[in-house]
Design a protein. Structure first.
Length: 252
């Protein structure tokens, strides 16, 4: 396929996958449970944080996270007591455990109390989005925390593709009225977003000839972003639906 044909093909696949049926098998369903802005963004952040591995298990464990917070994430973050954090001890998703969960609750409270909330931290237009992600990690962990918890937020400036947090930003920022992405943050442009690069989107991008780098790292993300911005400079991350859908769902 030439570039025009490839764009048309990917645009068709975006339409095919970017619709409400996508939600039922994706962890994006968790923030869709809520209506309060802060509940949506906290539920989304925690669900995206554990979004690696089997999708059914991700969704099951994300629901459990919400249950452990009384299905009121923002209230729990802001009003929790130490004994309530102890109730998180039993949680585990792969290498993310109860210690990490409690650490993230404290980090979120710090962000809302001292940095005007999650959206505000990511809305600094003086920096690229990948620089903003790195700065978010710095702010999130500037309070006392277990060192082990730091590995659960990637740093693009240290070579990571930061798939999960780029996916979270897609959820929060994109608002195309299809019903999938929540689009509750209006201070950030979709043009600044990066594709959530994982094994599925990476392999598909290579198969289609728009990514040559073999590792799924920050350099590969920069290469993929440049290619997708040529197809749509305003909303390049919409092609995540096409690449992920082709790779993970269609097994293209």
């Amino acid at each position: 396929m030439n570039n025009t044909e490839l764009k048309e093909f990917l645009d068709e696949k975006v339409i095919e996958f970017n619709n409400p049926t996508f939600i039922q098998d994706d962890p994006i369903q968790i923030p869709h449970l809520y209506t309060l802005k802060e509940d949506i963004e906290i539920a989304g952040f925690l669900s995206a944080t554990i979004a690696w591995g089997n999708r059914k298990m991700i969704i099951k464990n994300a629901h459990r996270m919400m249950d452990l917070m009384g299905n009121s994430p923002y209230d729990f973050v802001m009003e929790h007591h130490d004994d309530q954090l102890e109730s998180l001890d039993s949680f585990v998703h792969r290498t993310f455990n109860g210690v990490d969960f409690a650490s993230f609750i404290k980090g979120l409270k710090h962000i809302y109390t001292n940095h005007d909330g999650l959206e505000s931290v990511f809305a600094n237009t003086n920096f690229t989005m990948q620089e903003r992600i790195s700065n978010f990690k710095k702010l999130f962990f500037e309070i006392e925390h277990p060192t082990r918890s730091e590995k659960h937020i990637s740093d693009p400036l240290k070579g990571s593709a930061a798939k999960r947090i780029n996916m979270y930003l897609r959820w929060m920022v994109r608002n195309d009225n299809t019903g999938v992405d929540l689009g509750i943050w209006n201070t950030i442009s979709t043009a600044d977003l990066s594709c959530p690069l994982d094994v599925h989107s990476g392999n598909m991008a290579r198969k289609l000839g728009i990514l040559t780098r073999k590792q799924n790292d920050a350099k590969a993300l920069a290469e993929l972003d440049a290619a997708l911005r040529r197809f749509d400079p305003i909303d390049p991350v919409k092609y995540d639906f096409a690449l992920f859908g082709l790779g993970a769902i269609e097994k293209f």
